[in-house]
Design a protein around this ligand. Structure first.
Ligand code: B12
Length: 311
């Protein structure tokens, strides 16, 4: 999802004609003219004779929109995301643009625990504009959530600060899921947490990775009771069920769920993961179904392999 790091610093000088832009971007002129008509981007100037002249920034914008639509994103959503990113960049001091993700982890932790949604938003936009999408999730948002939560566990911040940060991130992740799910065309996967599991950021991450790769996700969130899950399976007929567990208690309750699914819906593939199965691998020994990996990136690889095999 990287936008050229210094998009706002690229030249706005109107120098390239339509043919040059088409050659440079491999996007047909009809397409980027339609984007201009409908969404106002790119934004070429006109010669006295009325011909369009594009800038370096216009070319970078067209390339970026091309890549997003090639990934399956709806063009209006791509334009919306682009304007968020640009808005963030415009307000960032140029010197900050070279910050690495580790620096952003500290900054974002600080802005979130100071209840500063605007600054947090700008930092996220900066990160998405400079770094690959999945790297921002795993190397910025995940450590920030762990750091904020650990501060609460250590009594350094109160639950209001933790809830503010978690809700802020939940809204961001949910809006990204909304963007991608409109174009999901692959198999249907139910995702949720074990019956007594409250930690749901991990499974939210997992859902975003899955929808981004085109799977249809039925997101059930935290604490999914066994009976409700079985009912949902009977209604939705998913190709797979993925559950997450963060605590030992959750891992034990998940075992009951896995056994119940095997009994009532033996054709459904069941997979699981989450923090507790990473830190205590022995918990995987008696768990029916597939361990789907240590993080959301491994999850999508494993799901692709499992669903490619006959049930
Ligand atoms: C934030 C947090 C909270 C928040 C939760 C907010 C929310 N809605 O999620 C709040 C403050 C509410 C909370 C509450 C509690 N927490 Co807490 N919490 C955390 C903390 C700090 C971070 C969790 C997090 O958001 N991580 C970010 C996400 C993105 O990472 P993740 O969950 O690990 O997910 C990644 C992978 O695990 C994997 N993954 C996750 N799910 C899945 C699923 C599949 C299928 C696959 C393949 C992969 C996968 O991919 C994800 C992305 O890469 C952890 C500490 C830690 N180091 O994890 C403690 C921690 C998990 N909490 C803990 C505890 C004890 C609790 C409480 C019981 C405390 C209490 N006394 O009340 C309560 C209640 C929890 C309950 N009933 O379930 C302990 C658990 C200890 C244990 N061994 O069981 C921890 C480890 C803290 C500690 N250091 O002791 N917590």
């Amino acid at each position: 999802m990287a936008i050229p790091p210094s998009l706002t610093q690229l030249s706005l000088a109107p120098v390239f004609n339509t043919k040059a832009v088409a050659l440079e971007t491999s996007v047909p002129p009809d397409t980027f003219r339609a984007w201009e008509r409908r969404y106002g981007v790119p934004c070429p100037q006109r010669t006295q004779g009325g011909h369009r002249l594009y800038s370096e920034r216009d070319i970078a914008v067209i390339r970026w929109l091309r890549d997003r639509t090639a990934e399956g994103m709806n063009i209006s959503h791509a334009v919306m995301l682009l304007s968020n990113v640009l808005e963030g960049e415009e307000t960032l001091p140029a010197a900050n643009i070279t910050r690495g993700l580790d620096q952003l982890v500290q900054e974002l932790t600080r802005t979130l625990t100071s209840f500063d949604a605007g600054a947090s938003d700008r930092l996220l936009s900066e990160a998405f504009s400079l770094h690959p999408f999945e790297q921002v999730l795993l190397e910025l948002i995940q450590p920030v959530m762990v750091e904020v939560g650990e501060r609460w566990h250590r009594g350094e911040i109160n639950i209001a600060s933790e809830h503010f940060a978690t809700e802020f991130m939940r809204r961001k992740l949910a809006s990204l899921i909304n963007i991608f799910e409109s174009v999901a065309t692959r198999e249907t996967i139910i995702v949720g947490c074990a019956p007594n599991e409250l930690h749901d950021m991990g499974i939210l991450f997992a859902s975003l990775f899955l929808v981004r790769r085109g799977w249809k996700v039925i997101y059930l969130g935290a604490r999914v009771p066994i009976s409700d899950l079985l009912e949902t399976i009977a209604k939705v007929h998913p190709d797979m069920v993925c559950l997450s567990g963060t605590t030992v208690e959750a891992a034990h309750s998940m075992q009951d769920v896995a056994v119940a699914i095997q009994k009532t819906h033996p054709q459904i593939r069941f997979g699981y993961g989450g923090r507790i199965f990473n830190v205590e691998p022995s918990l995987r020994t008696n768990m029916p179904g597939f361990f789907l990996g240590h993080d959301a990136r491994e999850l999508i690889e494993n799901v692709a392999t499992i669903l490619a095999r006959p049930a």
